[in-house]
Design a protein around this ligand. Structure first.
Ligand code: DC
Length: 233
Protein backbone atom coordinates (compact mmCIF):
# COMPACT_ATOMS: atom_id res chain seq x y z
CA UNK A 1 0.00 0.00 0.00
CA UNK A 2 1.31 3.45 -0.90
CA UNK A 3 1.78 5.60 2.23
CA UNK A 4 -0.34 8.66 2.72
CA UNK A 5 1.50 11.86 1.77
CA UNK A 6 1.77 14.38 4.58
CA UNK A 7 2.84 17.97 5.23
CA UNK A 8 6.09 18.45 7.15
CA UNK A 9 6.57 21.85 8.78
CA UNK A 10 10.10 22.74 9.89
CA UNK A 11 10.39 25.94 11.93
CA UNK A 12 13.11 27.37 14.09
CA UNK A 13 15.81 29.95 14.65
CA UNK A 14 18.08 31.42 11.95
CA UNK A 15 21.11 29.40 10.84
CA UNK A 16 20.08 26.16 12.50
CA UNK A 17 20.50 24.37 9.18
CA UNK A 18 16.75 24.07 8.65
CA UNK A 19 17.02 24.31 4.87
CA UNK A 20 19.81 21.74 4.65
CA UNK A 21 17.79 19.25 6.66
CA UNK A 22 14.51 20.05 4.91
CA UNK A 23 16.13 19.66 1.49
CA UNK A 24 17.73 16.37 2.46
CA UNK A 25 14.49 15.01 3.91
CA UNK A 26 12.44 16.07 0.86
CA UNK A 27 14.92 14.46 -1.53
CA UNK A 28 15.11 11.26 0.52
CA UNK A 29 11.36 10.74 0.79
CA UNK A 30 10.49 12.12 -2.67
CA UNK A 31 8.61 15.23 -1.47
CA UNK A 32 8.68 18.80 -2.78
CA UNK A 33 10.69 21.32 -0.78
CA UNK A 34 9.85 24.98 -0.21
CA UNK A 35 12.22 27.42 1.51
CA UNK A 36 9.87 30.18 2.70
CA UNK A 37 12.77 32.30 4.00
CA UNK A 38 13.88 32.60 0.36
CA UNK A 39 10.53 34.22 -0.43
CA UNK A 40 10.98 36.94 2.23
CA UNK A 41 14.57 37.36 1.05
CA UNK A 42 13.45 37.81 -2.57
CA UNK A 43 10.95 40.51 -1.56
CA UNK A 44 13.75 42.20 0.40
CA UNK A 45 16.05 42.14 -2.62
CA UNK A 46 13.29 43.64 -4.74
CA UNK A 47 12.92 46.49 -2.21
CA UNK A 48 16.68 47.14 -2.14
CA UNK A 49 16.98 47.14 -5.92
CA UNK A 50 13.97 49.37 -6.43
CA UNK A 51 14.92 51.99 -3.86
CA UNK A 52 12.10 51.18 -1.44
CA UNK A 53 14.43 51.30 1.56
CA UNK A 54 15.46 54.47 3.31
CA UNK A 55 17.93 53.10 5.87
CA UNK A 56 15.93 50.44 7.71
CA UNK A 57 12.62 52.09 6.84
CA UNK A 58 10.67 50.69 3.93
CA UNK A 59 8.18 52.63 1.83
CA UNK A 60 5.06 50.65 2.74
CA UNK A 61 2.74 52.30 0.23
CA UNK A 62 5.13 51.63 -2.65
CA UNK A 63 5.70 48.05 -1.48
CA UNK A 64 2.00 47.32 -1.20
CA UNK A 65 1.52 48.59 -4.75
CA UNK A 66 4.52 46.64 -6.04
CA UNK A 67 3.62 43.32 -4.37
CA UNK A 68 1.39 42.00 -7.18
CA UNK A 69 4.32 42.56 -9.55
CA UNK A 70 6.76 40.53 -7.44
CA UNK A 71 6.67 36.95 -8.69
CA UNK A 72 8.70 34.44 -6.69
CA UNK A 73 9.13 30.99 -8.17
CA UNK A 74 11.42 28.02 -7.65
CA UNK A 75 13.25 25.98 -10.23
CA UNK A 76 15.75 23.09 -10.07
CA UNK A 77 19.15 23.53 -11.72
CA UNK A 78 21.00 20.78 -13.62
CA UNK A 79 22.31 19.30 -10.37
CA UNK A 80 18.87 19.25 -8.78
CA UNK A 81 19.54 22.25 -6.51
CA UNK A 82 16.62 24.60 -5.94
CA UNK A 83 17.02 28.10 -7.34
CA UNK A 84 14.89 31.06 -6.28
CA UNK A 85 13.67 33.25 -9.14
CA UNK A 86 12.54 36.84 -8.73
CA UNK A 87 10.43 37.84 -11.73
CA UNK A 88 12.15 35.08 -13.69
CA UNK A 89 15.71 36.02 -12.71
CA UNK A 90 17.90 33.66 -10.70
CA UNK A 91 18.61 35.46 -7.39
CA UNK A 92 19.68 32.42 -5.36
CA UNK A 93 23.15 33.85 -4.64
CA UNK A 94 22.11 37.45 -4.01
CA UNK A 95 19.34 36.67 -1.52
CA UNK A 96 21.90 34.97 0.78
CA UNK A 97 24.21 38.02 0.88
CA UNK A 98 24.62 40.10 4.05
CA UNK A 99 22.95 43.15 2.48
CA UNK A 100 19.77 41.10 2.19
CA UNK A 101 20.22 39.28 5.55
CA UNK A 102 20.57 42.66 7.26
CA UNK A 103 17.17 43.89 6.05
CA UNK A 104 15.04 40.77 5.68
CA UNK A 105 13.60 40.85 9.22
CA UNK A 106 12.12 44.28 8.48
CA UNK A 107 10.26 42.89 5.46
CA UNK A 108 9.23 39.70 7.27
CA UNK A 109 7.58 41.81 10.00
CA UNK A 110 5.13 43.50 7.60
CA UNK A 111 1.59 42.11 7.89
CA UNK A 112 0.48 42.52 4.27
CA UNK A 113 3.70 40.91 3.00
CA UNK A 114 3.20 37.94 5.33
CA UNK A 115 -0.43 37.47 4.31
CA UNK A 116 0.56 37.39 0.65
CA UNK A 117 3.42 34.91 1.24
CA UNK A 118 1.25 32.66 3.44
CA UNK A 119 -1.44 32.55 0.76
CA UNK A 120 1.12 31.44 -1.84
CA UNK A 121 2.64 28.87 0.54
CA UNK A 122 -0.74 27.35 1.35
CA UNK A 123 -1.42 26.98 -2.38
CA UNK A 124 1.92 25.19 -2.83
CA UNK A 125 1.00 22.65 -0.11
CA UNK A 126 -2.48 21.86 -1.37
CA UNK A 127 -1.38 18.51 -2.82
CA UNK A 128 0.58 17.60 0.36
CA UNK A 129 3.82 15.63 -0.04
CA UNK A 130 5.74 18.77 0.89
CA UNK A 131 8.50 19.80 3.30
CA UNK A 132 8.33 23.51 4.07
CA UNK A 133 10.74 25.40 6.30
CA UNK A 134 10.36 28.81 7.89
CA UNK A 135 9.23 30.44 11.12
CA UNK A 136 5.44 30.17 11.07
CA UNK A 137 4.80 27.02 9.08
CA UNK A 138 3.50 24.88 11.95
CA UNK A 139 1.67 27.78 13.61
CA UNK A 140 0.16 29.82 10.75
CA UNK A 141 0.72 28.34 7.28
CA UNK A 142 -0.14 24.72 8.08
CA UNK A 143 -1.41 24.44 11.66
CA UNK A 144 -2.81 21.04 10.64
CA UNK A 145 0.58 19.70 9.38
CA UNK A 146 1.00 16.05 10.35
CA UNK A 147 4.67 16.46 11.36
CA UNK A 148 6.02 19.64 12.95
CA UNK A 149 9.66 20.05 13.86
CA UNK A 150 11.06 23.01 15.79
CA UNK A 151 14.82 23.39 15.33
CA UNK A 152 17.11 25.15 17.75
CA UNK A 153 20.87 25.39 18.48
CA UNK A 154 23.24 27.59 20.56
CA UNK A 155 23.58 31.08 19.03
CA UNK A 156 27.39 30.79 19.09
CA UNK A 157 27.27 27.52 17.17
CA UNK A 158 24.83 29.02 14.64
CA UNK A 159 27.02 32.12 14.11
CA UNK A 160 30.06 29.94 13.50
CA UNK A 161 28.17 27.86 10.93
CA UNK A 162 26.93 30.94 9.05
CA UNK A 163 30.40 32.48 9.18
CA UNK A 164 32.00 29.33 7.74
CA UNK A 165 29.34 29.26 5.03
CA UNK A 166 29.99 32.91 4.03
CA UNK A 167 33.74 32.29 4.04
CA UNK A 168 33.23 29.19 1.93
CA UNK A 169 31.50 31.39 -0.63
CA UNK A 170 34.49 33.72 -0.67
CA UNK A 171 32.98 36.48 1.50
CA UNK A 172 35.81 37.49 3.86
CA UNK A 173 34.54 41.01 4.50
CA UNK A 174 32.79 40.05 7.70
CA UNK A 175 33.90 39.03 11.18
CA UNK A 176 32.49 36.27 13.36
CA UNK A 177 31.29 38.93 15.84
CA UNK A 178 29.29 40.67 13.10
CA UNK A 179 27.67 37.41 12.07
CA UNK A 180 26.88 36.64 15.72
CA UNK A 181 25.23 40.06 16.09
CA UNK A 182 23.19 39.49 12.91
CA UNK A 183 22.04 36.05 14.11
CA UNK A 184 21.02 37.24 17.60
CA UNK A 185 19.41 40.42 16.27
CA UNK A 186 17.32 38.35 13.85
CA UNK A 187 16.32 36.05 16.73
CA UNK A 188 15.18 39.10 18.66
CA UNK A 189 13.15 40.58 15.80
CA UNK A 190 11.73 37.21 14.70
CA UNK A 191 10.52 36.29 18.21
CA UNK A 192 9.20 39.70 19.29
CA UNK A 193 7.48 41.01 16.15
CA UNK A 194 3.72 41.52 16.36
CA UNK A 195 2.96 39.59 13.15
CA UNK A 196 3.35 35.80 13.47
CA UNK A 197 6.35 35.82 15.82
CA UNK A 198 8.58 32.74 15.79
CA UNK A 199 7.27 30.34 18.39
CA UNK A 200 7.07 26.64 18.84
CA UNK A 201 3.71 25.06 18.00
CA UNK A 202 2.31 23.14 20.98
CA UNK A 203 2.46 19.89 19.01
CA UNK A 204 5.94 20.41 17.50
CA UNK A 205 8.86 18.10 18.29
CA UNK A 206 12.04 19.97 19.29
CA UNK A 207 15.34 19.20 17.58
CA UNK A 208 18.41 20.81 19.21
CA UNK A 209 21.23 20.15 16.77
CA UNK A 210 24.05 22.06 18.53
CA UNK A 211 25.94 18.84 19.03
CA UNK A 212 24.55 16.51 16.40
CA UNK A 213 26.40 15.35 13.32
CA UNK A 214 24.56 15.57 9.99
CA UNK A 215 24.22 11.77 9.99
CA UNK A 216 22.67 11.74 13.48
CA UNK A 217 20.31 14.50 12.49
CA UNK A 218 19.25 12.75 9.28
CA UNK A 219 18.57 9.54 11.19
CA UNK A 220 16.48 11.50 13.69
CA UNK A 221 14.45 13.09 10.87
CA UNK A 222 13.81 9.84 9.07
CA UNK A 223 12.81 8.06 12.29
CA UNK A 224 10.28 10.78 13.11
CA UNK A 225 8.94 10.82 9.56
CA UNK A 226 8.49 7.04 9.56
CA UNK A 227 6.83 7.06 12.99
CA UNK A 228 4.47 9.79 11.86
CA UNK A 229 3.48 8.02 8.64
CA UNK A 230 3.03 4.66 10.43
CA UNK A 231 0.93 6.31 13.15
CA UNK A 232 -1.30 7.91 10.51
CA UNK A 233 -2.08 4.64 8.70
O1 DC B 1 15.32 31.16 7.07
P1 DC B 1 15.97 32.45 6.59
O2 DC B 1 17.14 32.92 7.43
O3 DC B 1 16.31 32.43 5.15
O4 DC B 1 14.81 33.57 6.78
C1 DC B 1 15.01 34.89 6.41
C2 DC B 1 14.17 35.81 7.28
O5 DC B 1 12.79 35.66 6.95
C3 DC B 1 14.32 35.63 8.77
O6 DC B 1 14.61 36.87 9.38
C4 DC B 1 12.97 35.14 9.24
C5 DC B 1 12.04 35.45 8.13
N1 DC B 1 11.08 34.38 7.87
C6 DC B 1 9.82 34.51 8.40
O7 DC B 1 9.54 35.47 9.10
N2 DC B 1 8.87 33.57 8.14
C7 DC B 1 9.17 32.50 7.40
N3 DC B 1 8.22 31.59 7.16
C8 DC B 1 10.47 32.34 6.87
C9 DC B 1 11.43 33.29 7.14
Amino acid sequence: MKSKRIIIAIDGYSSTGKSTMAKWLARTIGYAYIDTGAMYRAVTLYCIENGLFNGDEVNLTALEQALPRIAITFEADDEGRTLTLLNGRNVEGEIRSMRVSDKVSVIAAIGFVRRDMVRQQQAMGREKGIVMDGRDIGTVVFPEAELKIFVTADAQVRAQRRYDELRGKGDDSITLEEVYRNVTERDRIDTTRAESPLRQAADAIVLDNSRLTIEEQNRWLLDHFNQCVIAGE
